[in-house]
Design a protein around this ligand. Structure first.
Ligand code: CUA
Length: 168
């Protein structure tokens, strides 16, 4: 079969583009753990603070040493604005919005989710090193968007205040 030279160039070009795209998907999936949402939980955005799941935002240390962080996002702040979490233990962030769509990105990590009113976003991340991470809202949410931030402080082993420990 005789294929014209230009036809062949375009053909291999198309194959190359597909290979590049598949490689990009593979790298983002396996190396950067970029996943589509799999957690589906709804909430009434008008009554977030009365909802027992979000009535007491903050960090709760579980009996196994892991942490559960409950966060409410609103224009233009996160509650709480500062979270102390343990190093080397799974930290599950649960976030919802009271008003518009926000973002929740823990800088320096791949912990990053949209926060959509009416839904609870949940992700689990284990911090390997103690330190401080800036949390930013990365979805434009209004005039104060650029001021919307918080802080995750990863405490050295055994340093998380005992007051936040939840007894079973
Ligand atoms: Cu909240 Cu941008």
């Amino acid at each position: 079969m005789n294929i014209d030279l230009y036809e062949r160039i375009w053909m291999w070009g198309a194959v190359a583009i597909v290979v590049v795209f598949l490689t990009a998907i593979g790298i983002s999936t396996f190396a950067y753990a970029v996943r589509p949402p799999s957690h589906m939980e709804t909430i009434d955005p008008a009554t977030v603070m009365q909802d027992p799941r979000f009535a007491t935002p903050g960090v709760q240390i579980q009996p196994d040493g892991s942490a559960r962080v409950t966060i409410v996002a609103m224009m233009f702040t996160f509650i709480p604005a500062e979270m102390h979490v343990p190093v080397g233990r799974p930290v599950t962030f649960r976030i919802t919005s009271m008003d518009v769509t926000h973002g929740f990105e823990v800088t320096g990590t791949n912990a990053n989710t949209m926060v959509v009113p009416g839904y609870v976003s949940q992700l689990t991340y284990t911090f390997a090193e103690p330190g401080e991470h800036l949390v930013v809202c990365n979805e434009y949410c209004g005039v104060g968007h650029h001021t919307m931030s918080a802080k995750v402080i990863v405490d050295p082993a055994g340093a998380t205040p005992a007051a936040t420990v939840v007894t079973p």
